[in-house]
Design a protein around this ligand. Structure first.
Ligand code: PLP
Length: 394
C-alpha cells in the first residue's frame, strides 16, 4: 500500500514505538506516587517537557500535556475567552478554514455571548496580516489562526500576524498541529502566545499532544480533578505517550530539513503530474504550502468514488469533503478559498511522507489519471460540461 494520508495521521516511528514500549513495560508507576517507581515516571515526564519545549523555543513550564490537538485547541480558546470575559472583552478573530476543533469551540462561545469574526483566506488560502490588524477592535480578546491548513497545506504568515497581535496587545493562539515537526516553528521568533500540537501528526502516538502557553497568561483548565500538570490539566499523565511524543518531536526536528527537501521535491512532481489532467486545479498556494501536501479539484467527478477506486489500486488518500451526518457537505476549507460546491466535491488530498519514492509518485499520477478518466466516462455532470449544457469552471 502507498500511504498518502499523512495529514490525517502518520505511522509511528521506530524510535517512538520503542520509547513507548519500554516506558509501558518498565515505568508503569503513577507519576504522583512518592516511591521511586512513581518518581521515575515523573522524571520521564519532566524530561519530555524539556525536550518538547526546546524544540519550539519555549520554557518547560510553558508546556501543558494534553490528549491531543483538539484538546489543546479547546483549552487555548477557553483561556483566551476567560481572560476576555474578565476584562469585558468578548470578540474573537479567527478564519473560515480552521480545524473543527477551533470552529466548533468558537460556535459554543458564540452561544455564550461572544462575537466571532472569521477572516477571509482568499483564493490562495492565505490570511493577510493587514486584515487581521483591521479586524482587531477594542473588545478583541483573542486571535486564533492556524499555522498550516490541514486540507490544503497553506502556511500562514504567523510571525507577521503575531507581531500585529503583540502590538495591539491581543492574545494570539495558533493551531500548529500540521506545522510542528514539518516546518520551523519558534514561539519567541514567531510572536506566539499559545500553540497547539499533536504527536500523531509527526510520527508519534495518537491521543497525546501539548499546549504551549506563554508564561504570565492566566490558565483556565478544561478538565477538573487532581493537581497534575501544576493544576492546569487533571488526570493521571499518559507517561508512555508523552515520552514517545518527545522522542518523535526530537527526531522530526533533527531531520526536518532533509525530510522537507525530499517531500517538497515529491510534492512538486506530483503537482506537475496531476496538473496535466484536463480541467483540474491545485487548491491553495503552489509554494507557500507544507512540504508533503497536494490538494486538487477535478471537475465532473465526485471525490468519494475517487478515493474508493484509489484504495482498490493500493493508494490511501483523502478527499476534502467530509461526510457529515449522512449528508455530503463539501469541505469548508475548499468553500473558504472560493471553490463552488460542485467543484469542491471533486477534491483529492494526497499528503506524502519522507519515505515516499519517485516510483510511487509515478504510480499515483498514473492511477489518479486513470480513475478520473473512468469516473468522467459515466458522469452526467461531465457529459453536460462536454456538451456545453454546463460551463467548465476549471
Ligand atoms: C489533526 C488536527 C487536529 C486534531 O488533533 P488530534 O490530536 O487528532 O485531536 C487539530 N488541528 C489540526 C490542524 C489538525 O490537523
Amino acid at each position: 500500500m502507498i500511504y498518502a494520508d499523512n495529514a490525517a495521521t502518520t505511522r509511528m516511528s521506530d524510535t517512538a514505538i520503542s520509547t513507548m514500549t519500554s516506558v509501558m513495560k518498565e515505568m508503569y508507576g503513577n507519576p504522583s506516587s512518592l516511591y521511586s517507581l512513581g518518581q521515575e515516571a515523573k522524571e520521564i515526564i519532566e524530561k519530555a517537557r524539556e525536550d518538547v519545549a526546546s524544540v519550539i523555543g519555549a520554557e518547560p513550564r510553558e508546556i501543558i500535556f494534553t490528549s491531543g490537538g483538539s484538546e489543546a485547541d479547546n483549552q487555548a480558546i477557553r483561556i483566551g475567552a476567560e481572560i476576555g470575559k474578565k476584562n469585558g472583552k468578548k470578540h474573537i478573530i479567527s478564519t473560515a478554514f480552521e480545524h473543527h476543533a477551533v470552529l466548533h469551540t468558537l460556535k459554543r462561545l458564540e452561544a455564550e455571548g461572544f462575537e466571532v469574526t472569521l477572516l477571509d483566506v482568499h483564493e490562495n488560502g492565505i490570511v493577510r496580516p493587514e486584515e487581521v490588524e483591521a479586524a482587531i477592535r477594542d473588545d478583541t480578546c483573542l486571535v486564533t489562526i492556524m499555522f498550516a491548513n490541514n486540507e490544503i497545506g497553506t502556511i500562514q504568515p504567523i510571525r507577521e500576524i503575531g507581531a500585529v497581535c503583540r502590538e495591539k496587545k491581543v492574545l494570539f493562539h495558533t493551531d500548529a498541529v500540521q506545522a510542528i515537526g514539518h516546518v520551523p516553528v519558534n514561539v519567541v521568533d514567531d510572536n506566539i502566545d499559545m500553540l497547539s500540537s499533536s504527536a500523531h501528526k509527526y510520527h508519534g502516538p495518537k491521543g497525546v499532544g501539548f499546549l504551549y502557553v506563554k508564561k504570565g497568561i492566566r490558565i483556565t483548565n478544561l478538565i477538573e480533578g487532581g493537581a497534575q500538570e501544576q493544576g492546569r490539566r487533571a488526570g493521571t499523565e499518559n507517561v508512555p505517550g508523552i515520552a514517545a511524543m518527545a522522542a518523535a518531536i526530537k527526531e522530526a526536528s533533527e531531520h526536518m530539513e532533509e525530510n522537507a527537501k525530499v517531500m517538497t521535491a515529491m510534492r512538486d512532481k506530483l503537482i506537475e503530474g496531476l496538473s496535466r489532467i484536463p480541467h483540474s486545479a491545485l487548491n491553495g498556494d503552489a509554494t507557500r504550502r507544507l512540504p508533503g501536501n497536494v490538494n486538487f479539484c477535478f471537475e465532473g467527478i465526485e471525490g468519494e468514488s475517487l478515493l474508493l477506486l484509489l484504495d482498490d489500486k493500493g493508494i490511501a488518500a483523502s478527499s476534502g469533503s467530509a461526510c457529515t451526518s449522512g449528508s455530503l457537505d463539501p469541505s469548508h476549507v475548499l468553500l473558504a478559498i472560493g471553490r463552488v460546491h460542485d467543484v469542491a466535491h471533486g477534491s483529492l488530498r494526497l499528503t506524502v511522507g519522507e519515505d515516499i519514492t519517485e516510483e510511487q509518485i509515478d504510480y499515483i499520477i498514473k492511477s489518479v489519471k486513470e480513475v478520473v478518466e473512468y469516473l468522467r466516462s459515466f458522469s452526467p455532470v461531465w457529459r453536460d460540461l462536454c456538451s456545453g449544457k454546463a460551463q467548465f469552471i476549471l
